[in-house]
Design a protein around this ligand. Structure first.
Ligand code: FAD
Length: 413
């Protein structure tokens, strides 16, 4: 790609905001346009199921930039506008009422909640993705109300914690044997299960939802074993799907996300993708991964800006995410991958919920996390980065994590 004069970013989320910021920080003085379908300027979604939902974070604190940042940095922000098509040959995107030409195009269209056919959105049935969704759900979280949640993933559990804090009765309905089992495995998922039950959440696992009926006084969730759960409000949190429609229609490679290389370039040289929508080749993992995390939207947004300007490098940061529920926070680094793990090393006080955990596959640490051990994240990251650490010493729990990482066996060159 020769040095562009005009960059169009589709999608007004975090990846879009950080890409625009990156372009300006790298000295790009051409035209930058962000086209976003939502009413609001780019904002961060993590608070929508945590502080903003709890009422502890101010509305203004969720935005990626102050309102005047866009004017100050000469970034054109076109809100409430959906890009309906991309013409790769003409280098233009279509918006209602016209076209926008580009030299470089960044697709940062994010993801949308996966909808459960049995539970269409309604007055008493909600999904959570936008600031408006969070505000609607917050209005439902009142003392003594019954809240049912389908899905014991991150969003479902964070809303469960907020609902309990608001004084609601909460039932979580999860298909697997444990909440978060697919992401964390049984050992650490059990810690989250007990965290929620100890805070009074009624946790139903191994259940399958057959149907949802919304009536004037509430909503009834019918399960396949014949039982049913009545609630004043139902939240469905069963994952997200990448917003790939534009890319698909334009003929770009799409496979569970817009397929990009490590520089975030799609199958067309003028077009990149970043954030939740991108399935990028990860040079260290040597496979394509799609990462639905805050840190990835920031990092890839900035990395895409550098690729556009010809100063890019392969994006090789390991996936990182965090969650906060009740008085517990975790940070997680790494990627267990499709082959799973064969061992977990737990260090610290697991019942007291202050510990680190490491997932091991074929003798190498592939992922790690801490719970409420806030000084540990650098050490966790160092161990995951190193991979081939002394597992016996890791398990013994005495050697500092940084020391274990420093003495790891390096792969031969
Ligand atoms: C409730 C919630 C809590 C979360 N909590 C955490 C957390 O604790 N930790 C963590 O690491 N991650 C968390 N995440 C994930 C994190 O927020 C996402 O990874 C991040 O928002 C991805 O940013 P993005 O810019 O790629 O996509 P998005 O934030 O999805 O933004 C994409 C934007 O593009 C717009 N768009 C789509 N198509 C078009 C089009 N054709 N034209 C114009 N605009 C379009 C969309 O409307 C949207 O505004 C959470 C997500 C949610 C929903």
């Amino acid at each position: 790609m020769s040095q562009p004069r005009s960059v169009v970013v589709v999608g007004g989320g975090l990846a879009a905001a950080r890409a625009a910021e990156g372009l300006r920080e790298e000295g790009f003085d051409g035209r930058v346009v962000i086209v976003g379908a939502e009413d609001e300027r780019p904002y961060e979604r993590p608070p929508l199921s945590k502080g903003y939902l709890l009422g502890t974070d101010e509305r203004e604190s969720v935005f990626a930039h102050p309102a005047d940042w866009y004017v100050q940095h000469d970034v054109e922000l076109v809100l409430r506008t959906r890009v309906t098509s991309v013409d790769l040959a003409a280098r233009a995107v279509t918006v209602p009422g016209g076209e926008l030409a580009y030299d470089a195009l960044l697709l940062a269209t994010g993801a949308s909640p996966r909808h459960l056919p049995a539970a269409p959105p309604g007055r008493r049935v909600g999904y959570l993705r936008t600031i408006g969704d969070s505000e609607r759900i917050k209005a439902e979280l009142r003392p003594d109300r019954n809240v049912a949640i389908i899905g014991g993933g991150w969003v479902g559990l964070e809303v469960a914690a907020a609902a309990r804090s608001a004084g609601c009765q909460v039932v979580v309905l999860e298909a697997a044997d444990r909440p978060l089992q697919r992401v964390l495995g049984a050992e650490v998922a059990d810690v989250f299960a007990s965290l929620h039950t100890s805070h009074g959440v009624d946790l139903w696992t191994g259940v399958s939802v057959q149907g949802v009926k919304e009536g004037p006084d509430g909503v009834t969730v019918r399960l396949e074993d014949g039982t049913s759960v009545r609630a004043d409000f139902l939240l469905v949190g069963v994952g997200a799907r990448p917003n790939t429609e534009l890319a698909e229609a334009a003929g770009l490679d799409v496979d569970n996300g817009v397929v990009v290389d490590a520089y975030l370039r799609t199958s067309h040289p003028d077009v990149l993708a970043a954030g939740d929508v991108a399935r990028a080749h990860h040079p260290r993992l040597d496979r394509h991964i799609r990462v639905e995390h805050w840190d990835n939207a920031i990092g890839q947004g900035r990395a895409a800006a550098r690729t556009i300007l010809g100063t890019g490098a392969p994006y090789d940061r390991l996936p990182y995410f965090f969650t906060d529920q009740y008085d517990v926070g975790i940070e997680y680094v790494g990627d267990v991958g499709p082959d799973g793990y064969d061992d977990v090393v737990l260090r610290g006080d697991v019942p007291g919920r202050v510990f680190t955990a490491f997932w091991v596959r074929r003798g190498r640490v592939v992922a790690g996390m801490h719970m409420n051990d806030w000084d540990a994240i650098d050490g966790v990251r160092a161990v995951v980065d190193a991979g081939a650490v002394d597992l016996r010493a890791l398990r013994e729990g005495r050697a500092p994590l940084e020391e274990l990482a420093a003495t790891a066996v390096r792969p031969s060159p």
